[in-house]
Design a protein around this ligand. Sequence first.
Ligand code: IPE
Ligand code: IPE
Ligand code: MG
Length: 249
Amino acid sequence: MKVKKPPAHPSGVTAPKFNKDQLPKHVAVVMDGNGRWAKNRGLPRTEGHKAGEAALIDLIYGAIEIGVKEVSAFAFSTENWKRSPEEVKFLMNFSREVLRSRRDELNTVGVKIRWIGQEKRLMKSVIDELLSAEKLTEKNKVLTLNMCVNYGGRAEISAAAAKLASDAKRGKVSLKSITEKSFAKYFEVSDVDLFLRSSGEMRTSNFLPWQSVYSELVFMDVLWPDVDRRVLWQAIEEYVRRDRRYGKA
Ligand code: IPE
Ligand code: IPE
Ligand code: MG
């Protein structure tokens, strides 16, 4: 199948041009502020979640246009189970519907979808939908989209540690050989260059802690449903202006 270009933004804006080495390779996004967006309009919180779907799709199109290779999107955290049963149920069904209705168009533009998160407590129907989206898009190379559903950073680190312990117990790795680099291999998601959060909230809320120790953080003063590719491009312009020193003088 021939890969298509993503549809242009309705305003006709085009992506700012940067060299490949200036751009973030991997952008992580905490899609926050749906509830407040709905509240501002006198709507139920769920309407905010619905409105956020288009924001994610447009951000992905914008990421492809500018040349970003990987996006990790925080859709449901291991802490979000603390919400009302109605909201949790809505979010579960909604994740499944969005995957089903959007996977073909994401496939057409060359997006490879991966599910990152814990199996525990997730409905089988949601897992099945995630796995079938992975299967459909597994050969795509334009952009990798990590859909973080039932994801928690500490849960991810604990799972990696458990896997390492099991390998050590079986004699597959020796304790002496354990290093930051060798432990990093137990994680599915690579280091994040640019870490974004919408809604003005300035915290990372357990999203990709292992991968973001040297990320550039950009907190955007816009509620998630109002985000589009232009907001991503502004954040990338900010990223390009930053000086990433990694401890060097
Ligand atoms: C983000 O929006 C969506 C999820 C966490 C699933 P919120 O639902 O957290 O919206 P606010 O933060 O209450 O406005
Ligand atoms: C983080 O947002 C989780 C997702 C966006 C999926 P939250 O709204 O759940 O985070 P807190 O409660 O503000 O830390
Ligand atoms: Mg929130």
